[in-house]
Design a protein around this ligand. Structure first.
Ligand code: SAH
Length: 342
């Protein structure tokens, strides 16, 4: 089995090269080529031909390709349908902000979390992405765009904490000075609330931004729309959040999707406020995006504003997330395995 060199850290690549009987400094040269966008081993002109041959016998460079690309007419958001080396498909989104380009990265092929409002879980879970496949999305988009990506949000298909080790390794690769050189503070990870992993991450004291998909302030309602709540309830989630804030000193962002008639009453705003009040946090309201299968619809604009004002009255900082790329189904919760493996 050939290995994907993007799955390796710099040290692991040096070790790999050593096992091929070559000096370790070649590992660093190869690593630099990879992150400078070399398409093939042939491009690596300072690597001896004999080593390039050994490399192609034993390994490959990502094996990921852009199968289709959709560009929004509203806001320049781009959505990529990427094909992986085993034929599976994932989606990745590029967004343009004043401060630079952000890529929204997937962590799994499909998702097993079952949130009722989200398209990513409709066809279930197929497999985890490897670290190289997570990094590969950024490299694919960067190459297509021809500009540096400065921010990453792990908010594409999948539950990042259900693929914890690979996601952490991918973040280290994003950080690597010889790699993508994206600082931890420019990386955000969103979870539906896998409490044990939130605590582990807190212990690591990383400087990434953590987002928590909350979406309902009571166990009864949250369990109806997010099955994960049956495993880790709101109480457990909130105490893990407190622990995270205490250990890292980082502000948490609570995401709250507003679904008409489901979780958008003023009473729920009050309960939400009492739940998160006093925490170092921020509430991000997201009028629910359309997903055919869910049957849910957005709260009205007035309701969204009223909900926001109500939270502010309690002293909370709340924002309404700007919807991007909705004409190409690239907005939050709209990504899915649109094509199945060929
Ligand atoms: N599994 C992780 C990562 C997905 S991030 C998580 O749940 O956090 C995608 C964000 O969009 C999450 O906050 C998710 O709850 C939210 N989302 C899902 N479906 C949505 C929809 N239809 N409209 C708006 N937001 C949605």
């Amino acid at each position: 089995m050939k290995i994907n060199l993007f799955d390796l850290s710099l040290d692991e690549l040096k070790e790999f090269v050593k096992q091929l009987g070559e000096p370790q400094f070649r590992g660093k040269q190869i690593f630099e080529w990879m992150y400078r966008g070399a398409e093939s081993f042939e491009d690596m002109t300072n690597i001896p031909k004999s080593l390039r041959e050994k490399l192609s016998e034993n390994s490959f460079l990502g094996g990921m390709s852009i199968y289709e690309k959709y560009v929004s007419k509203i806001d320049e958001t781009r959505k990529y349908l990427l094909q992986l080396s085993d034929g599976n498909f994932i989606e990745t989104v590029l967004m343009k902000y004043e401060y630079g380009y952000t890529v929204c990265v997937s962590s799994q092929v499909g998702c097993k979390m079952g949130c009722k409002f989200c398209a990513s879980t409709v066809n279930g879970w197929v497999r985890n992405l490897t670290p190289g496949e997570i990094i590969g999305q950024i490299l694919c988009v960067q190459k297509d765009l021809g500009q540096r990506i400065s921010n990453i949000v792990m908010m594409g298909i999948g539950e990042p904490f259900d693929n914890f080790e690979n996601v952490l390794k991918a973040i280290q690769l994003m950080n690597s000075p010889e790699g993508l050189m994206i600082g931890q503070r420019h990386i955000s990870v969103s979870t539906c609330g896998l409490v044990d992993k939130i605590r582990t991450l807190a212990d690591m004291k990383m400087q990434i931004t953590l987002l928590i998909s909350l979406h309902a302030p009571s166990d009864e309602r949250r369990s109806q729309i997010m099955p994960v709540n049956n495993k880790f309830n709101i109480n457990e989630l909130m105490s893990a959040c407190d622990y995270y804030i205490k250990e890292t000193g980082r502000r948490i962002s609570f995401e709250y999707t507003l679904i008409s008639g489901v979780n958008d009453t003023m009473e729920e705003a009050d309960t939400l406020a009492s739940l998160v009040k006093g925490k170092l946090c921020h509430v991000n309201l997201i009028p629910v995006n359309k997903v055919e299968e869910s049957g849910f619809s957005k709260s009205s604009r007035e309701r969204v504003e009223a909900f926001k004002r109500r939270l502010e009255k309690h002293g909370l900082v709340a924002t309404v997330r700007r919807e991007m790329g909705s004409d190409i189904n690239a907005a939050c919760g709209q990504l899915r395995n649109k094509k199945t493996k060929q």
